[in-house]
Every structure is written in structure tokens, then in C-alpha cells.
Design a protein around this ligand. Structure first.
Ligand SMILES: [Zn+2]
Length: 346
């Protein structure tokens, strides 16, 4: 017997098909309609139902490109299960290149939301009830803010063995297990039994190939691990990720012009100089010194800084030996994997 159609917002997607569904969200001030757009790949065979979302923070657009490439690679006839792609959740922030909504709220502090709440709360409610709660697993994609870069990294709730296994399979250079923020999608979804992986990668309002390919590769690996697709081309992960045990921001000790001596993905030893900040005449230099051995998981890309600005996101890791070589091996493998080029459909 054929698999039943997938239903979303009053529309059906037949087994073996991919369809776009638009869910009305609200009227904009000038009269246009805002709608949440999803593309559903409803596989021919039974299997897990998962979602992949981008741009919950409207200027964190890397997920939109990761999803675009994934949709080109997948054929619903060859999928077991169903995948819901939402390339842009916060359409308001996306069109205005802003993290927030027009009501200045942060969507990722607005879950589960409410039908009669603020604009952010209403959007959160629609995304949550129509997409998230229909799935057993979600992969939500973020980037650093504008003028910052994040080393591609997977973040998961601490103490969830299933998520840990999927996070290791994802194959990002770094893995962080950390407590969840109140009102965040991950925190609310956990209460409803929806496991979530969060990919943080790249810079706000920019694309970079390492982040994009890490995302495409990782999501395909997770789908393979869940039995949703079959492919040998992904291969094995060349090395385990750097597992972060502790992280902190190094901040500018003075305002001026900052020269980074190390960037995301670099390892350092206690006492190393990680950045030098001078005044605009190149004088009065101050150094930012590494307080312990570790790696850099995020950095500021804007070289002019005010005192107190976050410059480097540094992390201690479980196994320090050869950590940079391991991360480089992971990055090299994903950058050179021809299977991730656009023309091959799985
Ligand atoms: Zn974000």
C-alpha cells in the first residue's frame, strides 16, 4: 500500500513528491501578506519526519543556502521518511537584513509563542505548531552576528545520548554541549520530545564555502544515520570533532585598531598573543593573551573595536593534542568532497 499523503496547513503532499506550502502569517503594514514558506519532501517509504530551518535570526542567512543546496541533492522518491525545509523562518528580519522582527523582538526567545501575542509570538506559534511539533528531530541553522564569524560547530543539549551520536556523525569541526536558553526553540522543543541539533556556522549576511559544505554534508550524514537516505559517497568522518568543555569571550582591553594573531579553527597555548590592539596612530599597543590552552571557535571580522567588544570566542577542549590537525582534516575532507558539488542527486 502506498504511503499516506503528508498534511500541512490544509494541503497534501503525496508520497514520493516534493511540494512548496505557504502558510499565511500576517498582514504587513503596507498591505502585503507575510507567509511562512516550507518545501516538503515526502518520501515514498516510511521513516522519520524531520525539519531543517534557517534564518530564525533574519540576518543569519547561511541556513538558507545550505537548504537550497540540500533540496537540489535530494529526490523524494529515494527518501524514507519526510523532511520539512524552511529556508527562512523570520521573513521580516530576512527582508530587512536584521536579526529581529519589526516589533524588535528576538524570535528565538519567543517560543512556543501564542496566536494572540506579539508579532514575534504569533510567528513563533505558527512555526512551532505547523512545523516543529510534526517532527521527531529538527536541525536549526544559525550563524554568528554581522561582523563576526563562527567556526562551524554543532550545539546540543547536554546529556542526550541520541543527539550526541547524531552530533558526532554530523562531522562539524567542533561540538558544544550546553544548557538551553529560556524561550529558545531548542528548550521548548525538548519539552515536547523534539530533539534538536543546532548548527552555528559562518558570518551574518555572508556565505562561506566551509560553513555551507559542512552544513550540507552534516545534514546528509544525519539523514543517512537515521536511515532516510542511502549513499556511500559521504564516506567516514576523518577525525572526531573538538569537544568543547569550557568557553569564554576575550574582549578588547582598549578601543582602536585590532590585529588578530589567530582566527577560528586555530589552536593556541596559554600565554600566546591572540590579538594586538593599538590606537589609530599604531601606538599604545595592548595584547590579548590566551589564559589557557584551547582553540578559537569564533572571531570578530571588523578590525576597529571599542573597549569591551568581543574579539575572540575561545574554548578549552577535551583532547588538546593535535586538535588543530584534526579540525583541518575535517575541513579539508568537506571542502574536497566532490559529492557535495551541486550536480549529483542522491
Ligand atoms: Zn542565531
Amino acid at each position: 500500500m502506498a504511503r499516506a499523503a503528508f498534511q500541512l496547513a490544509g494541503q497534501n503532499v503525496a508520497a514520493g513528491k516534493a511540494e512548496k506550502i505557504a502558510i499565511p502569517v500576517s498582514d504587513l503594514s503596507a498591505g502585503m501578506q507575510a507567509q511562512l514558506e516550507a518545501r516538503i519532501f515526502h518520501g515514498k517509504e516510511d521513516g522519520p519526519v524531520i525539519f531543517v530551518s534557517g534564518a530564525i535570526h533574519g540576518d543569519e542567512i547561511i541556513g538558507t543556502e545550505i537548504i537550497r543546496r540540500l533540496m537540489k541533492k535530494l529526490n523524494p522518491k529515494h527518501i524514507a521518511g519526510t523532511i520539512l525545509f524552511v529556508p527562512v523562518v523570520n521573513m521580516y528580519g530576512f527582508i530587512s537584513h536584521s536579526r529581529y522582527l519589526p516589533d524588535r523582538r528576538d524570535l528565538n526567545r519567543s517560543f512556543p509563542g501564542s496566536e494572540r501575542g506579539s508579532l514575534a509570538s504569533q510567528l513563533a506559534s505558527i512555526f512551532y505548531t505547523e512545523i516543529v511539533t510534526k517532527c521527531e528531530l529538527g536541525i536549526d541553522i544559525h550563524s554568528a552576528a554581522i561582523h563576526r564569524y563562527n567556526l562551524p560547530q554543532i550545539r546540543i543539549a547536554a546529556g542526550n545520548a541520541r543527539l550526541k551520536k547524531l552530533a558526532l556523525e554530523f562531522g562539524a569541526p567542533a561540538l558544544i554541549e550546553a544548557p538551553l536558553r529560556d524561550g529558545s526553540l531548542r528548550e521548548i522543543a525538548k519539552g515536547d520530545g523534539v530533539d534538536m541539533l543546532l548548527l552555528e556556522a559562518g558570518e551574518g549576511l555572508r556565505f562561506d564555502e566551509l560553513s555551507i559544505r559542512t552544513g550540507v554534508n552534516g545534514i546528509l550524514r544525519v539523514m543517512r544515520q537515521l536511515g532516510m537516505i542511502k549513499t556511500k559517497s559521504l564516506g567516514k568522518i576523518p577525525a572526531p570533532p573538538a569537544q568543547v568543555t569550557k568557553d569564554a569571550w576575550l574582549r578588547a582591553s582598549r578601543g582602536g585598531v585590532c590585529r588578530l594573531q589567530a582566527v577560528s579553527g586555530d589552536a593556541f597555548k596559554k600565554g600566546d598573543t591572540l590579538a594586538i590592539i593599538s590606537d589609530i596612530f599604531g601606538q599604545e599597543e595592548e595584547k590579548l593573551i590566551a589564559p589557557a590552552d584551547g582553540i578559537i571557535i569564533g572571531h570578530a571580522t571588523l578590525p576597529i573595536v571599542n573597549q569591551g567588544d568581543a574579539i575572540l570566542h575561545i574554548a578549552e577542549v577535551r583532547i588538546f593534542a593535535y586538535v588543530e590537525e584534526r579540525m583541518d582534516a575535517i575541513n579539508d575532507a568537506v571542502l574536497s568532497n566532490a559529492m557535495l558539488d551541486e550536480d549529483e542527486v542522491i
